[in-house]
Design a binder for this molecule. Structure first.
Ligand code: E4P
Length: 225
């Protein structure tokens, strides 16, 4: 399962890249608004930092298929042709997906709440389909189960599309999909930083160091003995 950062704050992205094994960055219009910067300014900075080959996902804003295609072409012009264009999985979106897929555009179908949306997006040529785990949970359904159904639908229909699960609020949600082997998950920095935030883990490491220092002296490590 690929692990992707769902954020547009460059300082957070740099920090996560330094410490964690991540595979790219996703954004959406709300995330861009939270950055407080002009869209292409922040997106170009992200692209420059993660490199030309890394996955960057950027959403269209237009409501019509024609407008979505114009947005998609501008996104690719500004950020590189391998940029994944996120398209809402609605009627106009499916039309845009089909046309863009024929042009060789990488598509991430987004705003997915139901398996049927994902199935139609996959048939329309999306490389990824992004179900919103936590938002589905908040509606009273089971987001993890929806993502699993979508994964199974793709496999049972020989569709190459992968699940890119989105909208996580905790590490348990992420772990369940990791265990199931979905293609990718995109996760906000606060959830990523919380993945191994655990007093037991911290204490175990602290105890090892304290024991070693008793043996060889405070502040000493293996290189010092
Ligand atoms: C991804 O495609 C979505 O834009 C995003 O993950 C939604 O996350 P949220 O429910 O935390 O806003």
């Amino acid at each position: 399962m690929k692990l992707i950062i769902d954020d547009a704050h460059i300082d957070q992205i740099k920090k996560i890249y330094e410490f964690y094994p991540v595979d790219g960055v996703t954004t959406n219009p709300t995330i861009l608004a939270k950055s407080g910067r002009q869209p292409y300014d922040v997106l170009k900075e992200i692209r420059e930092f993660i490199g030309a080959e890394a996955e960057l996902h950027v959403q269209v804003i237009a409501r019509t298929a024609e407008g979505m295609m114009e947005d998609a072409h501008r996104i690719r012009k500004e950020l590189g042709e391998n940029t994944y264009v996120k398209i809402p999985s609605v009627q106009e979106g499916f039309k845009a997906m089909k046309l863009l897929h024929n042009d060789g555009v990488n598509i991430t179908a987004t705003a997915i709440y139901t398996p049927m949306q994902a199935f139609l997006a996959a048939k329309s040529g999306a490389a990824y389909a992004a179900p919103y785990i936590n938002r589905i949970d908040n509606m009273g359904y089971n987001g993890i189960q929806v993502a699993r159904h979508i994964h199974d639908i793709f496999r049972n229909n020989a569709l190459k599309t992968e699940v890119l699960a989105a909208s996580f609020k905790n590490s348990q949600q992420l772990l369940e999909l990791c265990e199931y082997g979905v293609g990718a998950a995109t996760v906000s920095p606060d959830v990523i930083f919380g993945l191994v935030k655990n007093q037991a883990i911290t204490s175990a490491v602290d105890d090892f160091i304290a024991d070693f220092e008793k043996l060889v002296g405070a502040g000493k490590t293996m290189k010092d003995c």
